[in-house]
Each structure stands twice: as C-alpha cells, then as structure tokens.
Write a protein that binds this ligand. Sequence first.
Ligand code: HEC
Length: 175
Amino acid sequence: MKQIALLLLAVATLAAAVAFTAHASRDTDGAAQIFVTEIPRGYREWRLVSVAHEEGNLNDIRAILGNDEAIKAYRAGKLPFPEGTIIARIAWRHVPSEENNKAFGREQSFVPGEAPPWYLQFMVKDSKKYAATGGWGYAQFDKDGKPGPESDMKNCFPCHQAIKDRDYVFTRYAP
Ligand code: HEC
C-alpha cells in the first residue's frame, strides 16, 4: 500500500513538473513570438495586390504581394483575412532612370533602386500566436535577410491599429 502511495506521489510530481515545463516554455515562446523572425518561403512568387510610392524620408517605391489565402480573400472582399494569410511588402529606393529618360527624351522615368534597410516587411495571420497584436505577426528584414531592429518592430502594430476596421491592413486590392 505504501509503495502504491509512493508511486502515485512520484507520478503526481512528474506530472506537475511536466505541466510546469510546458507552461514555462509556452511563456518564453509567447514572448519570442511577437515578431516573425524568418522570411516566409516563396514570397517572390506571390501575386500582386498593389503598388505604392512613399515620399519624405522613406522615398521608396513598393510592391505589395499576397499568398493564395490573401489573394482569395482580397478578391472575394472577405474580412477578416483567414488564418494563414501572409501579405508581403517589398521596397526599393525611388531613383530616376537615365536610360529610360533618354528614350523618352525628357526626365520622367523612375525605377526601383537599391534596397533600403526596411526592404522586406510581412504580416502573417495567426490569431492564436499573435493574439496580442491583432492576430498578425509583423516582420521586417533588410536585403541580407537580417531582421529589423526591435525599436522598429515595436511600432508596427500601434500604427496599423489605425486601420483596425479593415483587419489592420491598409493596402486595398488594385483591380
Ligand atoms: C507610422 C505608421 C506605420 C508603421 C510604424 C508601420 N506601418 Fe506598415 N503600413 C503603414 C501604411 C500607411 C501602409 C500602407 C502604405 C502605402 O500603401 O503607401 C503600410 C503597409 C504595410 C504592409 C502592406 C499591407 C498593408 O497593411 O497595407 C505591411 C506588410 C506592413 N505595412 C508591415 C509593417 C511592419 C512589419 C511594420 C513594423 C516594422 C510596419 N508595417 C510599421 C503604416 C505603418
């Protein structure tokens, strides 16, 4: 009888230890999971949602791409975006093209130049994992694939909150 009691105690202790470890690791993951730290695979093959040009300090030209989930939802006008949606944003410096201008005979052509430090940005929909930031994980990388500084990353969600009624996504589908 005493042996069974000891065995039960051992099992209970082990279960508690496992539960604690699982909880602890979930907590650390939770803290690490605010931002996406890996570039989503295959994004350069995704379809075009729209383009944009920023002036001011950014002075870039940008393309917004979506994976299949994103494009389907955009075309159906469906909100919120479904789980698994990823929206990519690629930016390049906005530079004049002498080559093109020569052909036109006047200065009018601008093309993508080198990659700025905010070259790549992503929003990844996973409502559970990124519950604290509206269900979207935010990511930024430079041209070498290095993740953006935490000071930049902290600003993503607070600014995107301005467009909460469109599921935090500013870009509209360009028909
Ligand atoms: C000061 C406000 C602001 C901050 C900070 C900001 N964004 Fe945005 N973001 C915008 C706006 C506005 C657009 C649309 C820009 C355009 O089309 O000209 C946009 C567009 C995007 C898009 C394309 C999808 C969409 O919502 O239109 C992605 C992806 C994105 N941002 C990710 C990020 C990430 C990642 C960060 C943090 C590193 C970030 N943003 C920080 C305002 C912001």
